[in-house]
Design a protein around this ligand. Structure first.
Ligand code: MTE
Ligand code: HPA
Ligand code: MOS
Length: 768
């Protein structure tokens, strides 16, 4: 792959700041709620179900309408002219409850008024009478009733039960993994602007503008071509804006349609947390057979997730959990079962890692238990069980490359693992209430949407006659730096400084039929599509320049804002102007579809992932056995991003991903009451990590000299989600400290490792 067209050139590999860094810190970056409000704008507020599961016997809007006055309006499911369904995989998934409510917080009606306060008061005045039904709130209750949002699924390789029975040693366990609220700083928001001729323009904070467009069209009964969705940026998405923005965009569009006026629907934090789905919590059962050296012979795993009241993306999320349920470990016989439990709670959805973190944590829990059982060093045991090239995973993908042995060596070089282990063990044997632990976790995360069709992207690149470039692509910017990275690709392709490339908001009328910006594949897919567009422009310009000025098209070089032939050189603006006058097209579209991937779910064979992203982390934790508090004292992270397009952005993704994972596994706890009401619906009760939770000794590195063995855009690797799973090492470190405190080899520690969970694991609070 040393084709010069794909060889890295400046500005590839430069640590340029995020495209909006200055705007972010000065507060000038515009989010949907910051945009100038159009005349006649109405503000929308939702009325929510107080019941977890009930029939709606009557819905009385009159008190609300009185409050709303002449310029206000209220809508329910009955006012929907099209189809009341925004289900991304299977339907129907209503935007407004129709006859039945299925969780506390489900929108039952929407109101809008010129003043937000009036709309809020009116939403509270919506009255409904209900006939209660039995509510199924959690995983055990749904499992007991075999109540799922899709049929249970199994991935099998060999005879796991027989392999476990015949193995020299056996071990089994069960534990629970908590969910997580996305806590994007910008909540869900949409503005719907009626256009002439029945069309509608939507400004949405969404990772998936094409799906918003499609769902708004479906709900309003319009052709997709009559709906445009535009996204300049999100204040964070983290998976929470892959499907859910469609609900709010469609409600805003419905109100705007009926009012004939623009409508903005911006959820406040409590409503956002009450209404929207989150990361799935899981219950895990595993059983392993292994030999006295700790090598796995057989593994059985059962992964049960709380899907919530609707399917949303749960089938695909449980699949991804199953794909990652052995992380990077080999076992000749495996059986993994997945259950997406239907419960009367929010419809859980994509969240950074998309089920992968839960599956991977299950694998790490199992390996940790085996290491403790055999008293083998957990890093050594992990090394013994690593997949090697030529192995097949439990879903039949042949392993071609395995970076982990190198990553283990590079991470552990100089961290003083053995001496720190000895020092910690000695200190833990002494007096005191502080106990410390070490945890090590590798990450092997499959890159590609597991639904093969989604692995495509488009771009539209305009070169203007002054040599400036406007870049459109189908990806969305949520803080992850995608716009900057794709602009760097374009600048390299056209040989211009990165400042010459201007970024246009993502819009469905520029690049259609896009996939969600998700699965960490934003830069892989959109970068390659944009490069394709640039190569077409470059090739036409080179042909023109060769004809006009001499030389062969393939001798012509685009660099430093200039175009150079064998005996001539022009700045790009001059050549572009000449080409324009000669009627040469200066703009083009580009397309990319990931090669090689395929997966037959029924037969559990194929190659669902184009490649894997790798990393590893070593964490040191301290716990206070009187209060259950914990802290990560030191974290060493090493992550493989291939040949980085932008190492500053990639490093930020590794740091941010780890800290978000740390929140998931330590402080972020979703608490529901017996009636299915989420009690932790604001920052007062739901604790995301803050700057004070950073490990005081935090050492984050990108793997040096890394490459991507497959031909991604400039041999970079996806980075958005995988580093979140490095936080598994922090949870293992806390668990190690709990075991020291309990004085037993193995303890059960449920995630998140809250003070209560830690005290339970230490035997200082009764088990639940
Ligand atoms: N980083 C920031 N700052 N904000 C986000 O919302 N989302 C994550 C990750 N990193 C997110 C983020 C998730 S869930 C994904 S899938 C990827 O970014 C999506 O972007 P990419 O494909 O361009 O990496
Ligand atoms: N990852 C993230 N989002 C998705 C996926 C996936 O694998 N499939 C569908 N949406
Ligand atoms: Mo990310 S969970 O794939 O949006």
């Amino acid at each position: 792959m040393d084709d010069p067209a794909t060889m890295p050139r400046a500005p590839l590999g430069l640590p340029l700041p995020h495209d909006s860094a200055t705007l972010h810190v000065t507060g000038e970056a515009l989010y949907v709620d910051d945009l100038p409000e159009p005349p006649g704008l109405l503000h929308a507020v939702l009325a929510l179900s107080p019941e977890a599961h009930a029939e709606i016997l009557a819905l009385d809007l009159d008190p609300a309408l009185t409050l709303l006055g002449d310029n206000g309006l209220a809508v329910t499911a009955r006012d929907i002219p099209g189809i009341n369904d925004v289900g991304p995989m299977s339907g129907p998934e209503p935007i407004l409850a129709d006859g039945i409510v299925a969780y506390v917080g489900q929108p039952i009606a929407a109101v809008a008024a010129p003043e937000l306060a009036r709309a809020r008061a009116a939403a509270r005045a919506v009255r409904a009478t209900y006939r209660r039904r039995e509510a199924v709130l959690d995983i055990p209750a749904a499992m007991a009733r075999a109540q799922y949002v899709c049929p249970p699924h199994r991935m099998t390789r060999g005879d796991a039960a027989a392999a476990i029975a015949a193995a020299p040693r056996r071990l089994s366990g069960t534990f629970a993994i908590g969910g997580q609220d996305h806590f994007y700083l910008e909540g869900q928001v949409a503005m719907a602007l009626p256009q002439e001729d029945g069309g509608v323009r939507i400004l949405s904070s969404t990772q998936h503008p094409s799906e918003v467009q499609k769902m708004v069209a479906r709900v309003l009964g319009l052709p997709e071509a009559a709906v445009t969705c535009e996204v300049r940026r999100m204040g964070g998405g983290f998976g929470g804006k892959e499907t859910q923005p469609a609900i709010f965009a469609a409600i805003a569009a419905l109100l705007a349609r009926r009012a004939g006026r623009p409508v903005k629907l911006r959820l406040d934090r409590d409503d956002d947390m009450t209404i929207t789905g989150k990361r799935h919590d899981f219950h895990v059962r595993w059983s392993a057979g292994f030999d006295t050296e700790g090598r796995l012979h057989g593994v059985e795993m059962e992964l049960a997730a709380r899907a919530g009241h609707d399917a949303d993306l749960s089938p695909a999320i449980v699949d991804r959990a199953m794909f990652h349920a052995l992380n990077c470990y080999r076992a000749p016989a495996v059986s993994v079962a997945g259950y997406a439990c239907r419960t009367n709670t929010q419809s859980n959805t994509a969240f950074r890692g998309f089920g992968g973190p839960q599956g991977m944590l299950a694998a790490e829990e199992m390996i940790d238990a085996i290491a403790r059982d055999l008293a083998i060093d957990p890093i050594e045991l992990r090394r013994r069980n690593l997949l090697v090239p030529g192995d097949a995973t439990h879903y039949g993908q042949r392993i071609e490359h395995m970076a982990l042995p190198r990553i283990f060596d590079a991470l552990l070089d100089g961290v003083g693992y053995a001496s720190r282990r000895a020092e910690i063990d000695a200190a833990n044997d002494g007096p005191g209430f502080i106990r410390r632990g070490l945890g090590f976790a590798p990450v092997m995360f499959g890159i590609s949407f597991t639904a093969t069709a989604y692995n495509q992207a488009g771009a539209l690149v305009h070169l203007y006659t002054d040599g400036s470039v406007l870049l459109n692509h189908g990806g969305t910017e949520m803080g992850q730096g995608l716009y900057r990275k794709v602009a760097q690709v374009v600048a390299a392709e056209l040989g211009v400084p990165p400042g010459r490339v201007r970024l246009a908001a993502t819009s469905t009328d520029k690049v259609p039929n896009t996939s969600a910006t998700a699965a960490s594949s934003g830069s892989d897919l959109n970068g390659a599509a944009a490069a394709d567009a640039c190569r077409k422009i470059r090739s036409r310009l080179a042909d023109f320049a060769a004809r006009a000025h001499g030389g062969a098209p393939d001798e012509i070089v685009f660099a430093d804002g200039h175009v150079r032939g064998p005996s001539w050189s022009f700045d790009l603006a001059t050549l572009a102007t000449q080409a324009y006058r000669a009627r040469v097209q200066l703009w083009d579209s580009g397309f990319y579809a990931t090669p090689r991937i395929h997966y037959d779910r029924a037969r559990n064979t194929g190659h669902p992932f184009y490649y894997y992203a790798f990393g590893a982390a070593l964490c040191e934790a301290a716990i206070d056995i009187l209060t259950g508090e914990s802290r990560i004292l030191r974290a060493d992270l090493l992550h493989d991003v291939g040949r980085s397009i932008n190492p500053a952005i990639d490093l930020g993704q590794v740091e941010g991903g780890f800290i978000q994972g740390l929140g998931w596994l330590t402080s972020e706890e979703l608490v529901f009451d017996r009636d299915g009401r989420l009690r932790t619906h604001s920052p007062a009760t739901y604790k995301i990590p803050t700057a004070r939770d950073l490990p005081p000794d935090f050492r984050v590195r990108l793997l040096e000299g890394a490459d991507n063995p497959v031909a991604t855009i400039h041999r970079s690797k996806a980075v958005g989600e995988p580093p979140l799973m490095l936080a598994n090492a922090a949870w293992l470190a806390i668990k190690d400290a709990c075991a020291a405190a309990a004085g037993t080899r193995h303890v059960r520690l449920d995630a998140p490792a809250t003070p209560e969970a830690i005290l339970r694991a230490c035997g200082r609070l009764p088990a639940r």
